[in-house]
Design a protein around this ligand. Structure first.
Ligand SMILES: [Zn+2]
Length: 887
């Protein structure tokens, strides 16, 4: 799956635009675009089926009316009994079985069956089965799910639709099957649907006939697949062809949305071509459909040949799509397409390698987006997202990304790391090995395991063989260990540099000592101008590097590729910061901002010094660097700005950010760089909402009314921001206007803009109204947290959101996708010890616990304690700085 996502979120934020909002990424996990990537929960008791009896082919026949509440079906499974046994077990959770028959050569074998658990059916034969071929036939009835998992029903404009989301273990809720990733075999689906409905699965149609108003469609046999990659969609769907892909391809939407598919169609061919070139082989399946699903909580899901996407990510009005959603769309498409090779054609043996599946797809997807669409600034954005993940990974409660999967709870924890840390570590070692050598290893791995299953160790062997050295041993120090190194860099007078590694720790943290094997890249100036890079593998606690003369400055993470933090003596840090604009690339300047933020948390930099450094960097000419700086200000706001400092903080923002908005302008200039359009909404938000800049607020109100009159008259990159800023100080009439427009929205983006803006009103009665609407209004399961997410930008809003979550907990749980339950403690994030204490009581109650809750709560607790300690440690210095600055 994909999660375009970043902070503890695993990249689950709703839109990139929203990221601009100074919420601390509340609930990113739940909402990310980047949600592209969240794995589904594996239920609490993992009952593995074993290998005595394995399927070799599964035929699935379903009669599906999207306007009904229930359905019936039959499966026929070709089985191979490998060892004599009198037990056949298979998954089925929910379907009512009306016939279960084990057959051999057309004759039924005497057997009885019963439920072994909620999820496993156990069939016992009267006499043991000899090894050989058998068939299992099961008929059943079932009801559709309504919480956006398994085979679920939803309505749009009064019409019913059915979609699926099976990862990780929800195929078994739709039909009986062998529901583990290692059972990889061909499937064949036959769907009978009302004649007026379309039906889509993983393969092209083989045969279709109509009888009595029903259409029966037999689809072609699939290539070998695990059950979690199957997909079904049916209802009054419409399709738009995607030409130029080498296989038949379409975008499939609910009725009336096909005209929004143009941008996705335009982007897909070049992305797919770049991936085919990388893997050295053509797209592996017989057709490709992109399904735009209105009720979808991950960003995308890599079902072979039938990729599902959140509609708001895939369907962009070509006349009105700003850069930010275009970039998100490119990332999610590239991520899911990368899975067609890595994940689908070669599938992990078991869920403990899910992190690799997702790390690789995220790394690969970002790589091709940067290559195909350099104008989106993805190369810089990638470094920015790594900064967020390092912050999360610095906490003692964050585990290693690779670990034995003792319980499915572990699968859910640290899922953001799986996408982002894994991606960065792969990228760091790709650079160290050399991109071509790395690619050779990847291709060898894919070729050796094509159409089958593999484990991470198979990839490591292939990479080591390609490199002719032990790369995997060094990688393992990053993948098997939690946290990351801190490198203290000392530039000696004799021109040698001493590097000393320890574990990076936030101030006061007592995590265990560890050592890494780190490819360190040191950037230094050349005598005759320009710069050069020295790369060294730091595999001991200390090492000394010979530079041949003392350089004027040193930057210890060239190109920002490294997954580590570094510290220079303060005078050298300041020298570097002063020259950053001249000697460092944009990626490196973004890394520098992240690194000084980390030093603040580590207690190695004081709060006033920190604000001083941020102030110096705010003048950066690159909009993407300014954007990254705004992210750092979010942390300052949360930790250091109580009500009495709001005015001085607002003054600091106006002084610091004013030059940037002056340079970039309040409205889009013809032909301006796309990076400028990307950062402008963030500047609006910071200057308007936090900086109380009257000119910006006025401009936003004007844009919002213009947008409500005629959406096409407003720069789409500013529309959502303008609606949210207009809500600051807005009244009930405006609130009601927003809900009316949300419900009547013609496009998913328009709907999302109003949805997010509902949480941006600052009057407390309207904030309450937004939360009430989240549950009582006509929202979809994946939208219920959207208004609240916007509210997380200030302390009062976070309190309100938290109270709503606890008071409405039961009602929320009946509405949202079940996987959300484990992330609920996230709502207690922030800087309030009181709220945390309440949350610890609340989630101690068994009725508020779900898989993952305890782990999530521990993370939130550490984040809050770090924040409270930081405030106590540096609050005074920051307050002094802000007050002095205001004078
Ligand atoms: Zn994925």
């Amino acid at each position: 799956m994909s999660s375009p996502t970043f902070k503890p979120r695993v990249e689950m934020r709703t839109t990139e635009n929203l990221r601009a909002f100074p919420s601390r990424g509340l609930l990113l996990l739940l909402l990310s675009v980047t949600a592209i990537l969240l794995p589904g929960a594996v239920s609490a008791d993992v009952a593995r089926l074993g290998n005595d009896v394995v399927p070799t082919f599964q035929a699935i026949d379903l009669v599906l009316d999207a306007d009904a509440d229930d359905y019936r079906g039959a499966v026929r499974v070709e089985l191979e009994v490998k060892r004599a046994t009198d037990v056949v077990r298979f998954h089925s959770e929910g379907p009512e079985l009306t016939r279960v028959a084990l057959m051999q050569d057309g004759a039924e074998i005497a057997a009885s069956h019963q439920a072994e658990s909620d999820e496993v059916v156990r069939l016992e034969t009267e006499t043991p089965l000899a090894p050989g071929a058998y068939q299992l036939e099961v008929e059943f009835t079932n009801v559709y799910d309504t919480q956006a998992i398994s085979l679920y029903r939803m309505e749009k404009d009064g019409q019913g639709y059915l979609f699926t989301q099976f990862q990780a273990d929800d195929a078994r809720e739709a039909f009986p099957c062998w529901d583990e990733p290692a059972f990889k075999n061909p499937f064949q689906m036959t769907l009978t649907v009302p004649e007026a409905h379309l039906a889509v699965t993983n393969t092209p149609i083989e045969e279709s006939k109509v009888e009595d108003g029903w259409r029966t469609i037999r689809f072609r046999k699939t290539k070998p697949l695990p059950s979690y990659l199957l997909a079904i969609a049916t209802g009054p769907l419409e399709t738009v062809a995607m030409p130029g892909l080498g296989v038949p391809a379409r975008v499939v939407t609910v009725r009336g949305q096909g005209h929004l598919a143009g941008l996705a169609i335009e982007m897909t061919a070049p992305l797919l071509k770049a991936l085919e070139a990388y893997f050295g082989s053509p797209y592996p399946y017989a057709k490709l459909d992109f399904l735009a699903v209105p009720e979808f909580w991950p960003g995308g899901m890599e079902n072979a040949g039938a990729i599902t996407y959140a509609d708001r990510l895939l369907l962009l009005d070509p006349e009105a799509a700003s850069v930010s959603p275009q970039r998100s769309m490119a990332r999610v498409i590239a991520h899911e397409l990368a899975h067609m090779w890595f994940g689908d054609m070669v599938t992990m043996e078991w869920w403990d390698d899910l992190w690799l599946n997702e790390s690789f797809a995220t790394w690969m997807g970002d790589k091709v987006v940067a290559e195909v669409f350099p104008q989106f600034g993805s190369a810089v954005a990638a470094v920015q997202s790594t900064q967020g993940i390092l912050q999360q990974d610095a906490r003692a409660t964050t585990g290693a990304i690779r670990k034995p999967l003792n319980s499915p709870k572990d699968l859910l924890s640290d899922v953001g790391l799986a996408y982002q840390k894994g991606r960065t570590v792969l990228g760091m070692f790709e650079q160290w090995m050399g991109p071509e050598t790395f690619r050779r290893g990847v291709i060898d791995y894919i070729e050796a395991n094509a159409w089958g299953n593999a484990e991470a160790s198979d990839l490591w062997r292939a990479l080591d063989a390609a490199a002719g050295k032990n790369v995997s041993g060094a990688m393992a120090t990053f993948l098997d260990q939690p946290g990351f190194p801190r490198i203290d860099v000392e530039l000696r007078d004799d021109g040698k540099v001493e590097l000393r590694q320890t574990r990076f720790r936030n101030h006061g943290s007592e995590s265990e000592d560890l050592t890494w094997q780190i490819p360190v890249s040191l950037k230094v100036p050349k005598v005759d101008g320009g710069s050069t890079t020295h790369t060294v593998l730091l595999d001991a606690p200390t090492t000394v590097v010979e530079l041949g003369g003392k350089p004027a400055w040193i930057f210890p993470n060239a190109d920002g590729d490294g997954y580590y933090r570094w510290r220079l003596p303060s005078d050298q840090l300041l020298t570097l910061a002063d020259q950053a604009g001249d000697v460092l690339s944009a990626r490196e300047r973004v890394e520098l901002i992240g690194n000084v933020s980390a030093l603040l948390l580590a207690g190695s930099l004081h709060g006033d010094e920190y604000l001083e450094v941020l102030g110096a960097l705010a003048d950066d000419p690159d909009p993407l660097v300014v954007r990254s700086l705004l992210g750092a200000l979010g942390a300052v706001k949360t930790a250091f700005v109580p009500a009495e400092l709001e005015a001085p903080f607002a003054a600091y923002l106006r002084r610091t950010l004013g030059p940037a908005i002056e340079r970039f302008g309040l409205e889009r200039a013809p032909g301006e760089a796309e990076a400028v359009s990307l950062v402008r909404p963030n500047l609006y938000t910071w200057l308007g909402r936090e900086g109380r800049d009257q000119a910006v607020l006025e401009a936003a109100r004007t844009l919002a009314s213009r947008y409500m009159e005629d959406a096409s008259a407003v720069d789409p990159s500013l529309a959502g921001t303008a609606l949210r800023l207009a809500a600051v100080g807005g009244d009930r009439e405006l609130f009601d206007d927003y809900t009316r427009r949300l419900e009547a929205a013609a496009t998913p983006s328009d709907r999302q803009r109003y949805l997010n803006a509902l949480g941006a009103f600052d009057r407390v009665e309207l904030r309450r109204a937004a939360l009430a609407y989240a549950l009582e209004g006509p929202l979809r399961p994946n939208e219920i947290f959207s208004p609240g997410q916007t509210m997380g930008s200030d302390a009062a809003g976070r309190d309100l959101l938290y109270r709503w979550m606890t008071e409405s907990y039961d009602q929320i749980m009946t509405r949202v996708p079940p996987i959300f339950a484990g992330f609920m403690p996230f709502v207690a994030s922030g800087c309030s010890a009181e709220r945390l204490a309440h949350a610890e009581d609340f989630f101690a109650q068994p009725e508020h616990q779900a898989p993952g809750t305890a782990r999530q709560l521990a993370k939130v607790a550490e984040q809050v304690r770090d924040c409270v300690a930081l405030r106590e440690r540096e609050g005074e210095a920051v307050a002094r700085f802000l007050k002095r600055d205001a004078e």
